[in-house]
Design a protein around this ligand. Structure first.
Ligand SMILES: *[C@@H]1O[C@H](CO)[C@@H](O)[C@H](O)[C@H]1NC(C)=O
Ligand SMILES: *[C@@H]1O[C@H](CO)[C@@H](O)[C@H](O)[C@H]1NC(C)=O
Ligand SMILES: *[C@@H]1O[C@H](CO)[C@@H](O)[C@H](O)[C@H]1NC(C)=O
Length: 651
């Protein structure tokens, strides 16, 4: 009997997961009724198909079909991976589609690709020809392209080592495929105007591609299969769709039907499963009903009540602070959220440039409705930042909560975000000079000190990274995006959550054990930013295998720390300042949280009131749990550097 119950349980468990956790989009054909579900750039929906590059019928006679690139993406982001406790969870997905390519010139070109992209942005400029709307000469091969694609290539380009003019390939941030296969031995001819069935599958480990002539699915053998951890190559939220291009030879690149199924790994789906299990032991019906009721109650009741409470608090607390805007004002300020005015995409929404009626330029953050915790995060953000005043924090001007729209209005930062400035693709025209870099890092430090020690109620930033550091007109650092910040009392030292928030490379190692952010984990993130600014490299380096900290620490050991300096600075920097920032970056990246300096010490060092920290020659091993220590000692600003005394060599 027990065994029967157990196997039933296992069955229900599996069943409930399947029920609770996929998102499916089915397009048997494409017509006007689905147009609003797509973001279309240079393409069209016509004759029942997605025309990823345009056909002859539109839009104007003088429109040339040559050298075009287009993209059509589903206007919806999907959670591709998340980090919780100690592991990364990757969403699996299946995309099946029928494609059809029609030659418009004798030999046709260039090809079509299924794409997973970090944003809904247009294809890069000049991504026509061999670049398939994926890359251009400057973004090709750059890990910051954040594009993974499956190409259906109808032209042999020599630069990309193509086997022929009829092949598939898997592309990771480069038009040069990581693996490729000719379709000719499989009796599939791409540019034949006939229907070709393709299936792209990701199971969390391998990306596999199946292709068949005719529109039949056949899973017998994968043409391509490539082991890839997509969390290393793409951000956690991604968009799915297609891109294509023409060159001097042209073709019509069409998708005739498309099914997309993506595993739902958002937190609510997990909670749903667990609660579903606890409720529905004996009957599937009970289980499903329980889950549905849970979702319903949670959506309608719980969120509503809780958010209303928070909202009221935010409203009453904000006297003299940010003001409430009308939706009308903000839609007209941003020209109805025109794509042209979009500044970027954050963790839970897009940011637009706007001009208020009194001519004040502003940045408007539009919280997207498909981030399910939007409302709470929104309210938390207002409540927290409306109380903070510091010259290195982005000032909030107001908010709007109307018609289901959640909007935040900030001072516009004319110089954008730090990461854009440091990692700008076309870096030839302007390199951020050293004086500015030093001032920016000092500004970030001063903002963090304020948050940690000087403001009324201690605040952890929790998601400090270069893309959250904004720059005003004088290139002063302004910290933004406190979406993940949580108020904590001064006597409590951390805030517990179930999942580790933040961004890989900026997350302190102990967070994976404790699941909570602390003052020290903010210091760790600061270290990552300091190293990035000094080296002009991201925390996870190009090869993805080596961490920036390890690389810099290696150079420190070999007594050639200055080799870590950003080469684009062309040696134009103050040697002592550079050494100081690099050493500080390493000290803040110390694997053991207790050994990291406090922000007060960091500021003293940057202000040249204290010498740069000495470091052990080898990066110490991460020890967990950390050796016990006296809290008052850690928080006191008089603590001297104990890093050099406390060395424990590893490796
Ligand atoms: C993708 O398809 C395979 C084979 O049909 C299936 O086992 C897997 O569960 C599917 N994954 C998703 C997310 O639908
Ligand atoms: C999409 O799913 C439907 C229903 O399961 C199926 O009939 C159709 O062939 C699928 N289309 C593609 C392109 O996979
Ligand atoms: C590549 O695309 C980016 C973004 O559209 C653009 O800024 C850059 O100028 C392009 N580079 C080339 C060589 O066209």
């Amino acid at each position: 009997m027990a065994r029967v119950v157990l196997s039933l349980l296992v069955f229900f468990f599996k069943y409930s997961i399947v029920l609770a956790s996929v998102k499916t989009h089915t397009f048997p054909l494409f017509d006007e009724t689905v147009r609003s579900q797509f973001v279309i750039t240079n393409g069209n929906i016509n004759k029942g198909a997605l025309q990823v590059t345009r056909d002859t019928a539109n839009p104007t006679p003088e429109f040339s079909l040559k050298n075009q690139s287009g993209r059509i993406l589903l206007d919806k982001s999907f959670r591709l991976w998340k980090i919780s406790a100690e592991r990364t969870t990757l969403a699996s997905f299946n995309a099946t589609f029928v494609l059809s390519i029609v030659n418009q010139t004798a030999s046709g070109g260039e090809g079509l690709a299924f794409i997973i992209a970090s944003s809904k942005n247009d294809p890069p400029d000049n991504s026509y020809g061999e670049y398939l709307g994926l890359f251009n000469q400057s973004t090709d091969g750059s890990y910051s392209s954040d594009v993974v694609a499956v190409e259906f290539d109808t032209r042999k380009s020599t630069g990309a080592d193509d086997p022929d003019d009829n092949h598939v390939g898997i592309n990771v941030n480069s038009i040069k495929s990581v693996t490729r296969a000719s379709l000719s031995p499989h009796n599939v001819l791409l540019k034949n105007a006939s229907d070709i069935f393709a299936w792209v599958q990701y199971d969390g480990k391998n990306l596999s591609v199946y292709v068949n002539a005719g529109n039949v699915s056949d899973a017998s053998n994968a043409l391509l299969s490539f082991a890839i951890d997509l969390s290393k190559n793409l951000p956690d939220n991604v968009y799915f769709g297609f891109s294509a291009s023409t060159g001097n030879e042209t073709e019509l690149n069409c998708i005739r039907s498309w099914n997309l199924t993506v595993e739902d790994i958002s937190d609510s789906s997990n909670k749903g499963t667990i609660i579903g299990l606890a409720v529905g032991v004996p009957l599937v019906v009970v289980l499903i009903l329980g889950f549905l009721i849970f979702v319903f109650v949670r959506r309608v009741g719980y969120t509503h009540r809780k958010s209303q409470r928070l909202m009221e608090r935010a409203l009453t607390d904000s006297t003299g602070g940010p003001r409430k805007f009308r939706l009308k004002e903000l839609t007209s300020a941003t020209h109805n959220f025109d794509k042209k005015y979009k500044l970027g995409e954050g963790g839970f929404g897009s940011v637009y440039r706007g001009l208020l009626s009194n001519k004040t330029p502003v940045a408007v953050k539009r919280v997207s409705d498909n981030s399910h915790q939007g409302l709470q995060e929104f309210l938390a953000e207002i409540t927290i930042i409306s109380r903070l005043r510091h010259k290195n924090l982005v000032r909030i001007l107001g908010w709007c909560h109307e018609d289901g729209e959640l909007l935040l209005v900030y001072d516009l930062m004319p110089n954008g975000s730090l990461d854009k400035l440091i990692f700008k693709m076309d870096n030839k025209n302007e390199v951020l000079d050293w004086d500015r870099r030093y001032r920016i890092v000092s500004g970030v430090a001063s903002a963090l000190l304020y948050l940690h020690e000087e403001c009324e109620q201690q605040v952890l930033h929790r998601d400090l990274k270069a893309s959250n550091v904004m720059l005003d007109s004088e290139y002063n650092a302004r910290l933004g995006d406190f979406g993940l910040a949580r108020l904590i009392e001064h006597d409590k030292n951390s805030y517990t959550t179930t999942a580790v928030a933040g961004t890989p490379g900026y997350i302190a190692p102990e967070c994976f054990h404790t699941g909570r952010a602390t003052i020290e984990s903010d210091v760790f993130s600061f270290g990552a930013v300091a190293l990035e600014v000094a080296c002009g490299r991201r925390p996870r380096m190009e090869s993805q295998q080596i961490h920036l900290v390890d690389w810099v620490w290696g150079l420190y050991r070999e007594n050639r720390l200055l080799d870590a300096a950003d080469t684009r600075l062309a040696q134009k920097f103050d040697r002592d300042e550079m050494l100081c920032m690099l050493q500080l970056g390493l000290a803040c990246s110390h694997p053991n949280s207790q050994e990291r300096p406090t922000m007060r010490q960091v500021l003293q060092i940057l202000g040249k009131d204290a010498p740069p920290p000495l470091l052990p020659l080898f990066k110490p091993a991460f020890v967990w749990p950390a050796p016990p220590s006296n809290m008052s000692e850690i928080l006191s600003s008089s603590r001297d550097f104990s890093i050099q005394e406390n060395q424990s060599s590893s490796e």
